[in-house]
Design a protein around this ligand. Structure first.
Ligand code: ARG
Length: 402
């Protein structure tokens, strides 16, 4: 009989490296390592070699950057979805894309199982498992999550690695648990586990502390077409390049740090710190443009559904009919979300200082208190009479009391 094959989502870090021999020993299977590049800037040939040296029978690298931005990040930006109002969902958006490639490779290679490095306490295992279940459909595909199954702690894991010649990173100072991609960097663990303590400076890698940011502000003009960012300062850019540039410029100005006490799907409250300059800037700009082109009622309904959408993404239901339905609604809301927003970045703040759109609902004639006022002031009286009618009628019959 041929050896059974398992496709492992491989990051090159200690956990997924240890997973290679662990799966081989515990499942009597060969391991195919699969690394998806989501723009973390990692050394991919090195990761591939490490997988093979660690015992993988094959190692594949897939460039997932364009698809990540256009199929996952941008629809979420258009939806205005931030989990609990603050987290732009970087990690949550990466998982369903990785799951898709895991299933594709498993089918292509005739593997009986896929594997990932998530633990039993987090959201990521839910996102992986549920996505894999949906994408596998009626095919039989098992899911192995070594870190959820093995009984190792940090120390015994390092010991296990040493015995098998897996390079163990030397523990110099704090070792945060980090997940990163183009849309943001998620940081957990170490000193962050005490919610009273300010995140230490070495938790951050993309953003400067305010004290080290320039004294003069930086202005950036972001242009949108149908809710998608298409240019910076008038220069057209593809999604990946645009986000990379915003991460750099925002990071320089200290923009994009988020410190959140978060409700995980599994019921645990957790202190989560994020760096997401591009995400913060694009959400800020996109929201400001919508304020100009959507009506009050469109904005209200959209805000409610944004929250639902964020929960769906966070909870691992990317591949659900409900998310597709909501996405169709959000796409419809973006028909006139075209125009430009001027952002001012200064000392960690990102503020909107200018907006314009060919579809703007802002009417100078209606709004102005100066010359050119076209509003019919006398018409207001009739409007108020009718608007106030029900409460006036009620007060006559049921005198208002404190
Ligand atoms: N709390 C975030 C989420 O659930 C980030 C998780 C990041 N994972 C990590 N290994 N640091 O999406």
């Amino acid at each position: 009989m041929d050896t059974r094959k398992v496709v492992l989502a491989y990051s090159g870090g200690l956990d997924t490296s240890v997973a290679i021999p662990w799966i081989k020993e515990n499942y009597e299977a060969e391991v195919i390592a699969l690394t998806i590049d989501l723009g973390e800037g990692k050394n991919l040939p090195e990761i591939r070699n490490k997988a093979l040296k660690t015992g993988a029978s094959a190692a594949f690298i897939v460039d997932g950057r364009d698809s990540f931005i256009s199929d996952f990040v941008f629809p979420t930006l258009q939806a205005g979805a931030m989990y609990e109002g603050v987290y732009p969902l970087a990690t949550a958006l990466g998982r369903p894309l990785i799951a898709k490639h895991l299933v594709d490779v498993a089918v292509r290679e005739g593997a009986y199982a896929v594997a990932h490095g998530s633990t039993g306490k987090g959201n990521d295992q839910v996102r992986f498992d549920v996505s894999i279940m949906v994408l596998a459909g009626s095919r039989k595909l098992e899911i192995i999550a070594p870190a959820r199954e093995w009984d190792m702690n940090r120390e015994t894991e390092r010991e296990y690695a040493r015995k098998r010649d897996i390079p163990v990173p030397e523990k110099k100072g704090r070792v945060f648990s980090v997940d990163e991609n183009l849309w943001g960097r998620s940081i957990e663990g170490e000193d962050l586990e005490n919610p009273w303590d300010e995140p230490p400076e070495d938790a951050f890698a993309w953003t400067k502390p305010v004290a080290q940011t320039p004294d003069s502000p930086l202005f950036i003009e972001v242009s949108f077409e149908r809710g998608l960012p298409v240019a910076l300062d008038g220069e057209e850019l593809g999604g990946v390049a645009l986000i990379q540039q915003l991460n750099r410029s925002g990071g320089e100005q200290g923009v994009g740090r988020i410190d959140h006490l978060e409700n995980r799907h599994v019921g645990i409250k957790s202190r989560e710190v994020y760096e997401a300059p591009a995400a913060v800037m694009l959400h800020t700009a996109h929201r400001a443009l919508e304020a100009m082109v959507l009506t009050r009622e469109q904005l209200r309904i959209k805000e409610r559904l944004s929250q639902e959408y964020a929960d769906i993404v966070y909870n691992g239901l990317w591949y659900s009919a409900l998310r597709q339905d909501l996405n169709a609604y959000f796409q419809s809301t973006q028909r006139f979300v075209s125009g430009a927003i001027r952002l001012k970045l200064h000392k960690g703040n990102c503020t909107v200082v200018g907006r314009r759109s060919p579809y703007s609902l802002y009417s100078f004639g209606l709004a102005t208190y100066g010359k050119g006022d076209s509003f019919d002031h006398r018409a207001a009286k009739g409007f108020i009479n009718i608007f106030g009618l029900p409460v006036k009628n009620q007060a006559e019959k049921q005198p208002y009391q404190e």
